[in-house]
Write a protein that binds this ligand. Structure first.
Ligand SMILES: Nc1nc2c(ncn2[C@@H]2O[C@H](COP(=O)(O)OP(=O)(O)O)[C@@H](O)[C@H]2O)c(=O)[nH]1
Ligand SMILES: [Mg+2]
Length: 301
């Protein structure tokens, strides 16, 4: 399946919902007028694209229409997808050139951190890379268990400590093991409980410090995982984590399970951090590199 097809598949629910509103706009489209622009703005907001972006998009459509450049539905959808794609931060992919390099995966409980690690691990081991997981979510024993299952499945190694252990010690051990075994990539899981936010943020920055100290020259990707089904709440989480950690990228999961896939566009345009990957299902294959132009094209097709 091509990338565009995969985006379309992942956006199925969004398209069923917003798609029908957009479709009727496109189907009856003859020329740009204020009624049509109002409907368009409503449909975009309903998909969680965000009021500001929806407004900017509509303004652009109005402007282009005045310049007499839009008179077909194809031109209309092409214009909207290019306007939105331009608002998003460009994605250069994961930078993992050093040996080892490190990926730290952050996010609140249940967003899909461990699953995303399993997916990334699968991809990297298939590329022939030697991958080591660090079970940094020591809050619940089940978390390390779940990560072990993914490690077995994809052929990655794993370093885990007992429940309640210091996550920074897990990372430290994983980095030592990676150096000793000649691993290419260490992927660190983290806890996501939020009942004690300050503690969590302190713990995460301590982990980042250990990585920096032990591997001062390594490529480090700090990825924040966000659940698309939580809509605007994902945006709030992104802003909070972005203030506390040096994020290098975002992963937006469960796009397959929401009718509001526009949240990916919204978040990507709001934060100065690229969406690097999206999750469109629970299996190892359901991870896609984010390409703004292809995503918005799939959105409006
Ligand atoms: N439909 C769907 N489910 C996902 C996706 N990513 C993760 N999940 C599911 O979300 C749930 C929580 O995932 P988990 O990785 O344990 O989250 P964590 O608490 O952040 O580590 C699990 O049931 C996953 O299978 C996705 O892209 N699509
Ligand atoms: Mg987990």
């Amino acid at each position: 399946m091509g990338l565009f097809e995969k985006f379309k598949q992942g956006l199925k629910k969004t398209k069923e919902n917003t798609g029908s509103a957009l479709n009727s706009i496109f189907a009856t489209f003859r020329h740009v007028d204020e009624d049509m622009l109002d409907e368009l703005e409503e449909a975009l907001i309903a998909a969680d694209i965000g009021a500001m972006l929806a407004c900017e998009t509509v303004d652009e459509v109005r402007k282009q229409a005045k310049l007499n450049k839009i008179n077909s539905r194809e031109e209309l959808s092409a214009l909207m997808s290019s306007v939105l794609a331009e608002k998003m931060t460009a994605n250069d992919g994961l930078k993992l050139t050093t040996k080892p390099s490190v990926i730290i995966v952050l996010g609140v409980n249940g967003v899909g951190k461990t699953t995303t690690i399993g997916k990334i691990g699968t991809r990297l081991t298939r590329e022939g890379k030697k991958v080591l997981f660090a079970a940094g979510d020591t809050f619940r024993a089940a978390a390390a268990e779940q990560l072990s299952i993914w490690a077995d499945r994809c052929g990655a190694g794993i370093v885990r400590h007992a429940e309640g252990a210091d996550p920074s010690a897990v990372i430290f051990d994983a980095i030592s093991a990676a150096k000793a075994r000649g691993c290419d990539v260490v992927i660190c899981d983290t806890a996501g409980r939020l009942h004690n936010k300050q503690n969590l943020m302190n713990e995460l920055s301590k982990m980042a410090r250990v990585v920096r100290r032990e591997l001062p020259d390594a490529d480090v990707e700090t990825l924040l995982v966000l659940d698309a089904t939580t809509g605007q709440n994902a945006l709030v989480q992104a802003e909070a984590f972005n203030a506390a950690a040096e994020l290098t990228g975002l992963v937006i999961t469960k796009l397959d399970g929401t009718a509001k896939g526009g949240i990916a566009i919204n978040i990507s345009s709001k934060l100065n951090v690229p969406v690097k990957l999206i999750g469109v299902g629970e299996t190892a294959e359901d991870l896609i590199d984010f390409v703004p132009e292809e995503f918005t094209k799939a959105f409006f097709e």
